[in-house]
Design a protein around this ligand. Structure first.
Ligand code: MLT
Length: 393
């Protein structure tokens, strides 16, 4: 008889954001007139920028006959792999075009990339963490080592004896805490991974929000990272592609484990398991890396950063401790009055119709914390800040 993957029984009953959306849906149905302010999931509210829209239109015309494309190369269109690699090189990370793989987004890729590693390998997750890191490894039956962090270390754990693992997840700027590893702190992890033969899975989905010059945008800005890291990035938050879907992954040729080159293995994987990302979407993505595209996406990011400032101002006035919001589109705050995360979620929904994300959804050490996303509309964010002030003052 067919046996299902029994590891699914070890997962929590539903995925964090699905669970919240169900709760919010029930509340909205019960309160049809309520104006809900959605600062929960990090989904963008601004449309794609003009340069991307123009490129998408042109690509549709190409598909109408002028320059028709069928199957795309599995690892990505050469024009986009080149544009991404040049973007890295401009930032001082010496990446070649064929070390870049185009994907349909970081969340898809973070799960798929695990195909490269033995199921007996262990995975280190620094909590609080994006829940897909844990869930994808639970599904594969992998042993997870949880490295807890908290206010005392700025949610930035350092390597230690307990952190030895085959795979090490690092997300900087961090989701959910918004904290960032500076060069010296990231250096320690690169050295640790090289010493132990680990592979770092570096989630750079929020790099475009970095404003402090000492914070690396890519792990490949650090010497030695090419022998121990894979970087996974996305245009979702950088350029508003959450619904359009496009990302990229960098696997250096120098990354070899057990005599096998992981870049070659990923070529083998992609050529078997995908037929590439759509030509139209890749054309739209390439426009992000043009001068005009970069200027326009920075304007949009500026709007989200202003949202962060609005929320941070309100929290300052309320005397609530928080981190993030500066180099990241998330503000991570302590629940007021010693409330638990889920209790504060219900309280904000009931009393102010504000939706956030309970910190406990990102791991046990997130209990007592709460996350606001800065991707809402400026109107909703201003209104949320006003409601917070009225409710908690
Ligand atoms: C989040 O809210 O943590 C993210 O939007 C989720 C994601 O990127 O999949």
């Amino acid at each position: 008889m067919l046996k299902p993957n029994a590891h699914y029984a070890e997962l929590k009953d539903s995925y964090l954001f699905y669970n919240i959306s169900q709760k919010v849906k029930a509340y909205a149905e019960a309160h049809p007139g309520a104006r809900l302010l959605r600062l929960g999931i990090g989904d963008v509210s601004l449309p794609l920028c003009g340069a991307v829209i123009k490129a998408l239109h042109e690509a549709v015309e190409d598909q109408a006959g002028r320059d028709f494309h069928g199957y795309m190369p599995e690892c990505g269109a050469p024009f986009l792999r080149k544009a991404v690699a040049e973007h890295y090189r401009r930032h001082g990370a010496m990446i070649s075009d064929d070390e870049v793989f185009i994907s349909s987004g970081a969340s898809d890729e973070l799960g798929d990339i695990l195909d490269l590693f033995d199921r007996e390998s262990t995975a280190l997750v620094m909590e609080p963490a994006y829940p897909a890191y844990v869930d994808a490894n639970v599904m594969a039956g992998r042993k997870i080592i949880r490295l807890r962090s908290g206010i005392e270390n700025g949610f930035l754990p350092s390597p230690c004896g307990d952190a030895k693992a085959d795979l090490i997840y690092i997300c900087s700027p961090n989701n959910p805490t918004g904290s960032v590893f500076d060069r010296a702190a990231l250096r320690k992890w690169v050295d640790f991974a090289n010493e132990n033969g680990s592979v770092i899975l570096f989630d750079a989905a929020y790099e475009a929000f970095i404003e402090d010059p000492g914070v690396p945008h890519s792990i490949f800005e650090l010497e030695g990272a090419q022998t121990c890291a894979i970087e996974i990035c996305s245009l979702s938050k950088t350029a508003g592609f959450t619904g359009t879907r496009l990302g990229y992954t960098v696997i250096p040729k120098l990354l070899v484990r057990g005599g096998m080159c992981l870049d070659d293995m990923w070529v083998r994987n992609r050529t078997t398991k995908t037929n590439g990302v759509s030509y139209i979407i890749q054309k739209g993505g390439a426009a992000v890396f043009t001068g005009e595209g970069q200027k326009q996406i920075k304007e949009n990011i500026g709007v989200y950063k202003q949202n962060a400032r609005v929320l941070m101002n309100a929290l300052n006035k309320l005397g609530i401790r928080y981190c993030g919001g500066r180099n990241a589109p998330y503000v991570w705050l302590e629940c007021p009055g010693g409330m638990k995360s889920r209790e504060f979620f219900d309280f904000l929904l009931e009393k102010a119709q504000i939706i956030g994300t309970p910190g406990s959804g990102f791991g046990e050490c997130g209990e007592g914390f709460f996350r606001f996303s800065c991707f809402g509309s400026p109107e909703d964010t201003e209104e949320a800040a006003d409601r917070l002030l009225r409710l908690l003052r």
